[in-house]
Ligand binder design. Structure first.
Ligand code: NAP
Ligand code: MG
Length: 482
């Protein structure tokens, strides 16, 4: 907690006595929890205190073969033949069960991944259940989604997700796949497998036919086995651009469909006519909450020169009141960094920023001794060619530059390999239209940031990805439209 803070909140810890976690999780294949073929397990730890939470099975090639076989049988025998209306009922059931157990899921998401409970409770879990509700509604209406076309399902889909929004990413993948009549083999990230395994319990409780959804845990090699399996018809991947490129190369020349949701380096633009206090709060939200572990995080800030001094001062003031600490505390703004590996990567970039000549500011923070933590950090005096401005850091680190004209800031915002998201803060509608039209990014928020809705598609330009998830667009990637 910051020493400069004018007041301190008493701890407001979310209870953990209501959650049910097993010591060991097996793979969820063909409707049952089964040990992996090799009987190997790995630990998932709480990044806020480095304590082991549970052991999770490591799936190898044999396990993936079994999962794909089960998914294929389920596809051939039941799921692809079931009327959309019936499929929809199962998806609605998953949505409702998730909603009923939202509190338990929020706590597990927070202890497994390190994000503040406020975020898991108010964003991740409600949005995950909203995605199931939304796509459940489409299951029997595919003919209206794509008028004049026949919407044919594909078969078995392979889905691989990252650690920053574990349950939400699982729902972005599973819900549209089921609504469109496909079956699923999904792999959560190695560091955050628990809510996916809890979702497997819900899927069992919802009585989905065995094999329709299979959840297999493991690391990169397990992901590779999914990508390369010849019977998988579509790969849905969310993760880094590096792995996304690797996947694209692996499946080149096959008839697999794919959607890739990759990295980002969003520009947040503040014009001099913006409501400055509102903009500052938006900037803080866009890069520091959830530790900057957000693909669409506003990691580059462009401030119009005439208000730069004011904005930077206000940002510093607000940073000094941010609460870094126990993610289970409802007052916490910045939780734990997801893993030691990620923390090392962030530190590497912060050192690099200093070497590149950047001027660093961090509020005085006392970080917990155990666990993985990083103070909110801003860099000024940086330039467009600096690596910390060009590359995705995926942590609470913001690079700030100034600009004079609209055209200049559009050119700078577009000058990265990414094109996932962006933000614009201004009082003038005309500037909003100009900036949102000329910046090549999948989503640009105006006078707000990080707002999501299952009905609105999300996807990237350039090296931020291929295809979209969410909304009607999100159905398209799971269909063969004849
Ligand atoms: P990552 O390292 O690319 O991993 C993503 C997933 O792929 C994990 O499940 C990972 O397994 C698996 N994987 C690793 N190597 C693989 C391989 N060779 N073949 C198949 N699968 C493989 O990404 P991350 O560090 O977890 O996540 C952060 C990245 O995700 C950031 O770049 C962020 O921008 C991006 N992201 C994008 C979006 C979007 O919608 N565009 C949303 C969220 C995150 P293990 O982790 O278990 O090794
Ligand atoms: Mg963990």
């Amino acid at each position: 907690m910051s020493k400069k803070q004018k007041w301190e909140y008493s701890p407001a810890l979310e209870g953990t006595d209501h959650i049910q976690l097993k010591k060991q999780y097996d793979l969820f294949i063909n409707g049952k929890f089964t040990p992996g073929a090799e009987g190997k397990y790995f630990s998932t730890v709480n990044p806020a205190n480095e304590e082991k939470i549970a052991e999770v099975a490591e799936a190898n090639q044999k396990d993936i073969n079994f999962a794909v076989e089960s998914a294929q049988k389920a596809y051939d025998n039941t799921w692809s033949k079931m009327p959309g209306k019936e499929r929809g009922k199962y998806i609605f059931r998953i949505a409702r069960l998730l909603q009923e157990r939202a509190r338990e899921f929020s706590v597990i998401e927070t202890i497994d991944g390190g994000k503040p409970i406020r975020e898991s409770r108010d964003v991740d879990i409600p949005l995950a259940s909203a995605h199931f509700f939304y796509y459940a509604g489409w299951a029997d209406k595919l003919e209206y989604a794509f008028p004049g076309k026949q919407a044919n399902s594909l078969g078995v889909t392979g889905q691989i997700i990252p650690w920053n929004f574990p349950l939400l990413m699982a729902s972005w993948k599973i819900a549209p796949a089921l609504a469109t009549g496909n079956t699923v083999v999904l792999k959560p990230a190695e560091t955050t497998p628990l809510t996916a395994m809890k979702l497997a319990e819900i899927i069992q409780e919802a009585d989905l036919p065995p094999g329709v959804v299979n959840i297999v845990t493991g690391a990169g090699d397990t992901g590779k086995a999914i990508v390369n399996h010849p019977d998988i018809k579509k790969i849905a991947f969310t993760g880094s651009t590096e792995v996304g490129k690797y996947i694209m190369k692996s499946i080149a020349g096959t008839d697999k469909k794919y959607t890739l949701e990759l990295g980002g380096k969003a520009a947040n633009i503040i014009f001099e006519d913006a409501s400055i206090d509102q903009a500052v709060e938006g900037i803080i939200n866009s890069i520091f909450f959830n530790q900057g572990h957000v693909c669409c995080a506003g990691s580059r800030l462009y401030v119009q020169e005439s208000v730069a001094e004011e904005v930077i001062q206000k940002l510093r003031n607000r940073m000094s009141s941010l609460i870094v600490g126990n993610p289970l505390d409802k007052n916490t703004d910045i939780g734990a960094i997801n893993s030691k590996m990620q923390l090392d990567k962030i530190k590497m970039y912060v050192d690099l920023g200093k070497e590149e000549g950047g001027n660093i500011y961090q509020p005085s923070c006392s970080l917990p001794k155990k666990g993985f933590w990083h103070a909110p950090t801003i860099f000024t005096d940086v330039s467009q060619s600096n690596r910390i401005i060009q590359e995705e850091i995926f942590g609470p680190v913001l690079g700030i530059q100034t600009f004079r004209t609209v055209d200049e800031v559009i050119a700078k915002a577009n000058n990265t390999a990414y094109g996932l998201s962006g933000g614009v803060w201004t009082d003038k509608g005309s500037k909003i239209f100009k900036v949102t039209k000329d910046i090549r990014a999948g989503v640009i928020w105006a006078n707000t940031f990080n707002k999501f809705d299952p009905a609105s598609p999300f996807g990237g330009y350039k090296e931020s990805g291929v295809g979209s998830e969410g909304g009607i667009e999100g159905l398209r990637g799971y269909l063969d439209l004849a």
